[in-house]
Write a protein that binds this ligand. Sequence first.
Ligand code: ZN
Length: 154
Amino acid sequence: MPDCLLCAETGGALLWNSPLLRVIDACDPVYPGTTRVVLNRHVAEMTDLGEADQQSVMRATLCVERVMRDTLGPDKVNLAALGNMVAHLHWHVIPRWKDDPHFPQAIWAALPEATPGAPQAQRARRNATIAGVPRFHRALTDALERTMSGAAAG
Ligand SMILES: [Zn+2]
């Protein structure tokens, strides 16, 4: 679709691709490890998809969540399909920690006032997460290959 960012561009660093969907590292500087599952065609809502494709999208999204939990060990995983800015179906899979800058708000909320010492702790957390991301990505591409093989494509 003209003027759609996710039709025109990958939207991040490509980790895995299939005819139906791609999985990308969002390269979020504040929330490293944030991953997106992006449909490879322009539809806005999950209910625009047939049931088999809906299941494949959820299988991939939950695979990202599973591997993220196993490798990065966040306190919580946020799954979100908003699409208000770019109405091209994509799921955000975001690792969250109780001491991250926005917790317990969504990462898109206004930044709350930082408590003393918080920025330093947040920097340490971010660096530890960055160190774990390569292992997360290796495990994720392996898991997607296993999980999505034989799944309906397109
Ligand atoms: Zn699009």
